[in-house]
Each structure stands twice: as C-alpha cells, then as structure tokens.
Design a protein around this ligand. Structure first.
Ligand code: ZN
Length: 172
C-alpha cells in the first residue's frame, strides 16, 4: 500500500470522465487499498480514483468518527439508480480543494448500485452524510466538482484563488 499524491484544483485531470472498471483484478484491489491509505492520511471521508490521477470509476468512503473503528467502503462502477425528491443541505469539502467548505443542496436519499471488491453487484439506499458523500464522489467520476453546485460567483472566486496558488507554487 502507498499514499499517492492528490490532484488539486485547477488541474484539468479533475474534469476527466472516468472509465468503468472492467474486472475486479488484484491491481484494482491494490488501487482501492492505496486510495484508502491516501484518504486516511489526508484525512478525508471520501476519495475518487481520479483524485489520485487514475481515471477509473472507483470510490472509497469511510464515515467512521476518529474515535470509532475504521469502516472502509469501496464502490466500483457506482451508479445512482434513484434519488429522492426531498433535498438536503450539507456542508461539503473536497481533498482536491483543500480547506474550502460550502453548503450544497442535493437529494436527501439515493439508491446506488455498484460492484464490491469481490465483483458482486450490490444495492444500497443511503441517507444523511452517506447520501451526500456518494453523490459528491460519483460526481467526480463524471468530472464534476462540488463547487459546480455553487453560485457562479462563489465558483469563480475559489477557482481563481486556487489558480493563483498553483502559479505561486510553480514559480517557487
Ligand atoms: Zn471531492
């Protein structure tokens, strides 16, 4: 297992649409293990493979609190099969947009179909933080970031700030 470098806004890699995982091979399992290690190290509660530069439809999530035992979840080729009409507002952040948090409105509940690490089809119904997290991470697979759900003004402001920081880093 290894901690991989995170892709940060405004890197255009984050706008790529990820490809389906064709088979759950040992390489895919190793990638999921690296993603979990990278996510715990950050620390974060969710990570899409594209955030470490791998354009595959693969997510890891762990919503356990620091004092709780780890509860890693891996979602391969996840698809939202149903969303509630009822909406919910939750504050979101993103490991690719460090230290920036904003409230985002999304469906309160979703059903997601995915493959587990044994290659078996699973269906879950999620609400609360898991529903928000799954929608945020599945957005990543389609090149969508949570700032795309904000007003244009807020999105432009944060994008400019990160573009400036990236220029400063490359000049240093
Ligand atoms: Zn994110």
């Amino acid at each position: 297992m290894a901690i991989r470098p995170l892709v940060i806004l405004p890197d255009s890699v984050l706008r790529q649409v990820s490809k389906p995982v064709e088979a759950v091979t040992p390489e895919i399992k190793a990638l999921a293990a690296d993603m979990l290690e990278t996510m715990y190290d950050a620390p974060g509660i969710g990570l899409a493979a594209i955030q470490i530069g791998v354009p595959l439809r693969l997510l890891t999530i762990d919503l356990a609190k620091p004092e709780e035992e780890k509860a890693p979840m891996t979602f391969i080729n996840p698809e939202i099969t149903w969303s509630s009409k009822e909406l919910n507002i939750h504050e979101e952040g993103c490991l690719s947009i460090p230290e920036y948090y904003e409230e985002v409105e999304r469906p309160a509940r979703v059903k997601v179909r995915y493959l587990d690490l044994d290659g078996k089809v699973q269906d879950i119904e999620a609400d609360g933080l898991l529903a928000t997290c799954l929608q945020h991470e599945i957005d990543h697979l389609n090149g969508v970031l949570f700032i795309d759900h904000l007003s244009r003004l807020k999105r432009e402001r944060v994008t400019k700030r990160f573009a400036k920081a990236a220029r400063r880093d490359s000049a240093a």
